[in-house]
Design a binder for this molecule. Structure first.
Ligand code: SF4
Length: 507
């Protein structure tokens, strides 16, 4: 906003509660709307997804097509109007920017398209690594501001819970601003560097390997130590007397483990520190860290006590390996039954490589999570609860930028979407602060009518593809961006998404 121009030359944007007055040639506080010659313009192009077919009717593979609309009618295959660039109608006292109709396999379908303003939203971040990032419940920070916390770890992955209404609105102004910016960047697949209290620094970028304390994580572990023992027991049989798979959670010891017992593995007199859970499975062999198997040790012998002299014998061999196979060492007991490291024998190298081979590449996954159960529903229907019920009854199918979402059970409309399945730059923000995310609701015309839809705002999809703005028409669109359907994403209007579908005749 320009302060030196008279207010009369400014126009007011009412697409969010900030209600910017925007001077000609300037953008509003979120950079999403601008005043161009006295007209309110949504500056990012409307994103339209196309499902193309070749002459034989097969789907054309995804290409990174990214073109501006040139004014020509573009319906080479099927088109789906996403909410990216469509505009917001907060607080939704008016209908959504686009309510488009189309016929799909003889059924009249409606899609309601709007960019939602999400105050209740966040990201669930899965980081494939064994390494200890920080204690559960500890704060995750960006620029020193708390933006989330470490939550329950999953199999082979550390988990962060980022954002949420308390960080967006419940802390200081800077906390809200930094949280919103970090969320937007994460969801737009940009890298975000975070620090964890009493833990590590981690750089997260959706679909890329995590960078932990400056080192790129290569592999996700093959399994916990116990699982690794189970998977490879028979491959080690006859090659070595004992195997220990070092893991912060469950360290596996071959000779004691059920997997070793059933194939006749002999006792070795080994003694492992930590808390014995069941035979051959040990918890808490060391502290969590960034060393072997997510422990804080770099010398695996630190987790062993003295061998039992009644069972162990000089020359007995021992392989110690981490759950990713990145760290390994071979030992033989000397006359005092003390393990002495030896060069790794060739016979054991293939088994260590096999562990590595079975490790998947370490990635960061970012799932946007938001609550669409508020006023946003009024842009769809005059009776909001009917939309909630329609979603629960599988009469309305939700997508985010054309990508599939998971709808949580229970009350409200709480959704999760993998940001890597959405088009790039799908997310924006408003300075309230809140995240702006695309959301589309698709249903049969009859179901839309039944839930009190804004029927007089329905327009044929062909008009929207031609560049006509939505019926509520309170802003101008900048243009269009046409993308091919992302591989693996189901087409949003397919009958299979709906409870009424006859799956035999799904299109
Ligand atoms: S912040 Fe953006 S959406 Fe909100 S009123 Fe200003 S220009 Fe409009």
């Amino acid at each position: 906003m320009s302060a030196d121009k008279p207010a009369s030359e400014k126009i007011r944007c009412d697409a969010c509660p900030v209600m910017c007055y925007i001077a000609d040639g300037q953008a509003g506080a979120c950079d999403r709307y601008a005043n161009e010659g006295g007209q309110l313009v949504r500056v990012d192009p409307l994103t339209i997804i196309e499902r193309r077919q070749d002459d034989s009717g097969k789907l054309v593979p995804f290409l990174d097509s990214n073109k501006e609309w040139d004014g020509e009618l573009v319906i080479p295959g099927e088109s789906f109007i996403t909410a990216i660039g469509a505009g917001t109608t907060y607080p939704d006292y008016k209908p959504a920017p686009f309510i488009v109709s189309r016929e799909v396999a003889g059924i009249d379908m409606i899609t309601v398209v709007t960019e939602g303003i999400f105050s209740y939203c966040g990201a669930k971040v899965k980081i494939d690594t064994d390494r200890h990032l920080g204690p559960e419940r500890n704060l995750v920070r960006v620029e020193g501001e708390p933006i989330g916390h470490v939550t329950t770890g999953e199999y082979g992955s550390q988990m962060l819970s980022i954002g949420g209404v308390n960080h967006l609105t419940g802390g200081g102004k800077k906390e809200g601003r930094v949280t919103c910016k970090s969320l937007m960047d994460l969801c737009n697949r940009k890298s975000v560097e975070m620090t964890i209290d009493d833990g590590s620094t981690v750089v997260v970028e959706a679909g890329k390997a995590p960078i932990i304390n400056g080192a790129v994580e290569q592999r996700m572990r093959v399994g916990c130590g116990s699982a690794t023992v189970g998977m490879f027991a028979s491959q080690w049989k006859g090659l070595v007397d004992e195997v220990v798979v070092v893991d912060d959670h469950i360290t596996g010891v071959m000779s004691e483990h059920q997997a070793g017992k059933v194939i006749g593995w002999q006792a070795t007199g080994i003694k492992v520190k930590g808390r014995r859970s069941t035979p051959g499975r040990y918890f808490q062999v060391a502290e969590p860290g960034t060393g072997w198997g997510g422990t804080d040790i770099n010398d695996p012998l630190l987790i062993l006590d003295k061998f039992n002299p009644k069972i162990a014998r000089p020359g007995q061999s021992l392989l110690m390996v981490s759950t990713t196979g990145e760290q390994f060492a071979y030992f033989e007991l000397d006359e005092d039954l003390t393990p002495r490291q030896q060069e790794m024998p060739d016979r054991l190298l293939p088994s260590v490589r096999r562990i590595e081979e079975n490790c998947e590449p370490a990635l960061c996954s970012v799932l946007f999570m938001g609550g669409a159960g508020g006023s946003l529903r009024a842009g769809v229907t005059e009776n909001p609860v009917k939309l909630t019920r329609s979603v629960k009854h599988m009469l309305t199918h939700i997508t985010c930028g054309g990508a599939p979402v998971y709808v949580w059970p229970g009350g409200g409309i709480t959704i999760m979407a993998d940001v890597t399945r959405m088009p790039e730059q799908a997310f924006g923000y408003v300075p309230t602060p809140a995240l702006v995310a695309p959301i589309e609701f698709t249903m049969r015309r009859a179901d839309y009518q039944a839930l009190g839809g804004h029927m007089d705002h329905v327009m044929p999809i062909e008009e929207a593809v031609k560049g006509v703005t939505g019926r509520q028409n309170d802003h101008v669109l900048k243009g269009q961006r046409h993308l091919h359907q992302a591989p693996g994403n189901p087409w949003p209007t397919r009958a299979v998404h709906f409870g009424w579908s006859d799956r035999e005749s799904d299109t």
